[in-house]
Design a protein around this ligand. Structure first.
Ligand code: KIV
Ligand code: ZN
Length: 506
């Protein structure tokens, strides 16, 4: 059976989603899970965009030996050189060069002629090829370009050495029939097309990203670019889990296979949601909380008699745990480590010790520690690894007849203790004001959500916030059994991301 190459761009196009910025450790954590998932190619980032981004891609390239590690690059020499710098230590490196190809982009954005773009595409693929063999090229906005011009570009870049040609539906404009037609046109009109793999990259502006990708695969594309949970620029990219499970569940129709270990899908989805701060809608196909829940009596009756009546996939096949093992304060370090590894987390000794301390503190407050609690705890650990300011202490006084007052102490970049206090309209406002007095970065709070991780009065409260500074959105998350502490942690997390982005030149 022929195989479809799964190219994951969660760490590049996924991270382009407003408010999704990830620090290098978080990117590495996701990359490790993508490796376990079995993706063929990890697009780890866009090295020319910032120093921090280049370093994050390099970190992933140095560690992960099995998958191809790809760096995206603009079609200019400086960007290609940076992309090479970032991936050159990978076992299987790839550079992905892109350049707009539609007349709309040429006229209004690049102000260049078709001939100029054709020449640049060829030259920049040749430049990347001078470094490595595995070169991908994308004519951006291909679905709105003149197909005859796309054929011409593809022929030229394949002659220049491109081994994969990727057809992006950059603005999510195509319909499945049109997009499949474009792929068929490429197969019929690009004489050297069989020397390269045809790839597709679809956005979800009209909710058609997965449908367009599957139609392109049916017609002959053999690489698909997608993201975990479908995150990405604007309405997102085609969702990896939906494409992979469609190919698997409907193998009778597609007659194709992938290298994905589908039992790792749930873990990958949870991790990406935790680290980006993007919750998964309950009705999301494959991994939404309701995806395998049957509400109506008739459906429940059928599933109890034989699951095939209303279930086309086994929840276990995507890694949804059938039971949640519970730990408690009598559980030791060994049991904790075992559970972490079953959940897919491999921590260094130092991080494990720290996480275990967090587990013990939580177990003193909460009788039963579920998998969701552990996920929340580990996400908290990953968040604190690259902090500039660390929240050391927070205390509030509030009530219906008192003025909310907060005292906070932070540990600063040079290890110094920094304490301050403030009054506010409520306890969270007072805490944020006290933190602002120390950190002093102007920003606007645009979103604040609290939810409990599990049921029960002793549950961990998870706070998600978004702040805006100079037109850029930063997400922050914090978790604790005390929602005020969780709120303070979430704010510190968002501020630390803002500071890291500034430092990395983003
Ligand atoms: O959507 C798009 O066109 C892209 C390219 C860089 C491939 O993300
Ligand atoms: Zn894209």
């Amino acid at each position: 059976m022929e195989k479809v190459i799964i190219f994951d761009t969660t760490l590049r196009d996924g991270e382009q989603a407003a408010g999704a910025s990830l620090n290098p450790q978080e990117k590495l954590g996701i990359a490790r899970q993508l490796d376990k998932l079995g993706v063929d190619v990890i697009e780890a980032g866009f090295p020319a965009s910032s120093v921090g981004e280049l370093e994050a891609v390099r970190l992933i390239a140095q560690e992960l030996k099995r998958p191809t590690i790809c760096a995206l690059s603009l079609a200019n020499i400086g960007a290609i050189d940076k992309a090479w710098e970032a991936v050159k230590e990978a076992e299987h490196p790839r550079i992905h060069v892109f350049l707009s190809a539609s007349d709309i982009h040429l006229a209004h954005q690049l102000k260049k002629s078709r001939d100029e773009i054709l020449k640049m595409s060829q030259e920049m693929v040749a430049r990347a090829k001078s470094y490595l063999n595995d070169v991908e090229f994308s004519p951006m906005d291909a679905s709105r370009a003149d197909p005859a011009y796309i054929y011409q570009i593809l022929e030229a870049v394949i002659n220049a050495g491109a081994t994969t040609v990727n057809i992006p539906d950059t603005v999510g404009y195509a319909t499945p029939q049109e997009f499949g037609g474009l792929i068929q046109g490429i197969l019929d009109n690009v004489p050297n097309v069989r020397k390269a793999v045809i790839s597709v990259h679809c956005h979800n502006d009209l909710g058609l990203a997965v449908a367009n990708s599957l139609e392109a695969i049916r017609v002959g594309a053999r690489q698909v670019e997608c993201t975990i949970n479908g995150i990405g620029e604007r309405a997102g990219n085609a969702s990896l889990e939906e494409i992979v499970m469609a190919l698997k569940t409907r193998q009778d129709f597609f007659n194709l296979t992938t290298s994905i270990d589908t039992t790792q899908i749930y873990r990958a989805s949870r991790l990406v949601s935790e680290l980006t701060g993007f919750s998964i809608q309950p009705n999301k196909a494959i991994i939404g909380a309701n995806a395998f829940r049957h509400q109506s009596g008739i459906h429940q009756d059928g599933v109890l008699k034989k699951s095939i009546t209303y279930e086309i996939m086994d929840p276990k096949s995507v890694g949804i745990p059938s039971s949640t093992l519970v730990l408690s304060k009598v559980s030791g370090r060994h049991a904790f480590k075992e559970r972490l590894s079953e959940l897919g987390y491999i921590l260094s000794e130092e991080d494990l010790n720290h996480a275990f301390q967090g587990f013990k503190e939580l177990a003193d407050k909460k009788k039963e520690i579920t998998d969701r609690d552990i996920e929340s705890l580990i996400a908290e650990e990953l968040r604190t690894i690259t902090e500039v300011y660390h929240l050391d202490h927070v205390e509030v006084s509030c009530g219906d007849h008192s003025i909310p007052t907060a005292t906070v102490r932070l540990i600063g970049p040079d290890g110094q203790n920094l304490a301050d206090a403030a009054l506010g309209t409520g306890p969270v406002d007072a805490v944020y004001k006290a933190i602002n007095r120390i950190v002093g970065i102007p920003n606007k709070l645009t979103e604040f959500t609290v939810k409990s991780v599990t049921e029960g009065i002793d549950a961990i409260g998870e706070v998600l916030i978004r702040i805006e500074s100079k037109g850029v959105t930063y997400t922050g998350r914090g978790a604790a059994t005390d929602v005020i502490v969780a709120s303070a942690k979430a704010y510190m997390n968002a501020l630390n991301r803002l500071l890291a982005a500034k430092k990395g030149g983003k």
